[in-house]
Design a protein around this ligand. Sequence first.
Ligand code: GLN
Length: 462
Amino acid sequence: MIQAASKTHSAVQMVRTALERAHHYQDTHHIFTFINDEAALAKAAAIDQRIQRGETVGPLAGVPYALKDNFLSPEGETTASAHILEGFTSPVTATAVQKLEDAGAIMIGRTNLDAFAHGSSTENSYFGPTKNSRDPERVAGGSSGGSAVAVALGIVPFATGTDTGGSIRQPASFNGVYGLKPTYGTISRYGVVAMASSTDCIGFFAQSPEDLDLLMRVTAGQDPYDLTTLPDYYQTAPAETAPRRIGVIKDFDNEAVDPEIRAALQHKLDLLRQQGHQIIELSMPSLKYALAAYYIIVPAEVASNLSRHDGVRYGFRSTKSQHLAELYQNTRDEGFMPENKRRIMIGNFVLSSGYYDAYYLKAAKARTLIIQEYEKAFKQCDFILTPVSPNPAFKLGEKVNDPVAMYLEDVMSVPLNLAGVPGLAIPAGETKSGLALGLQLVGPRRSDAALLQFAKTLEESH
Ligand code: GLN
């Protein structure tokens, strides 16, 4: 739980403990790309002094946190776990980071991810995979694997993530913590390495809905540097006891979902029924096109966003080259991971003349249908409850050579990103073998606060 420093609760002590744990687990789980030892302790000491002097400090004063390594700040290199960004120290600070720091939070380390956030296991990191918090032979989930594991192992009470197509919710569920992907446009993306600009969202991992609510209050809001940000609307929702209508989607291929996840969903639905909530069956037939549409739209945007990495402006530059074109080629060839290259190629293909209408435009139309389907669904119900992914954490290496199997991981998480609606991964017990299980609660656009409030009822109903 997040607890700010006070006269009796020292920031230095909190940060020191977090750093010790970070180093301890780094050997076994490979969570961090950078650990911020000195700067973090110095900041904590400054906060303790301010508290001793009786000065007012922010709501996150002295609270240690982990930063996904695709958030820019001058503390440590920002690599996005990609070789091509190695050596890049950012001159700017992401708006979300600035807001956290202004509230007193202290970054103790940068966390590992799939390079450029492309992936669902953190195995696509140039620095090697992060291990699952429950079973080090299994994946952490991804792309924000390091952040999820840092929270699950109690190194920090919260960590940042980005969710373009499930990268917060899936690792949260693989490690038994809460993970929030807010409504598109809630938190500024300024200073965050862009993956797919029309679906990228900033969010958090934490141990409770209350903590996520606090983090949203600190970071949400309009930013002149990110014109997609919505005007301030985030405030804690009032406690609700009225019965809610909870939707379950009947079109998902239930057979493809692991039986233990199906049982966890059933269990939660039974509890909700006992609490007096109404369960409503929804038909959302267009969702079956979401994964295909996502893997056209997202690579198209990836190809465009990654074109800036040419070896001239940031990070790594290949030294083998004789002339400029070769410098671009060699840098990109050596600097990107295979999955990054696959997406750049798919993206350029679906945008190319002759194929644009058949692929990109079709996907854009499917996206509109998906948006409309959510709008219709939220006339019938208040929230939707679904699995996050079809299976719990899988073995390291199991899917890494099969991109389609890896993409199928995202079948239940990407529809939300295409529609811009918020989703909250909630812990839902564990498998017989002790792996974490998660479910996701989905709400209409801008229902983030109500979603967190409702999640508290589920928490109490364990
Ligand atoms: N697993 C998804 C993908 O590979 C999601 C990634 C993300 O949300 N950053 O695209």
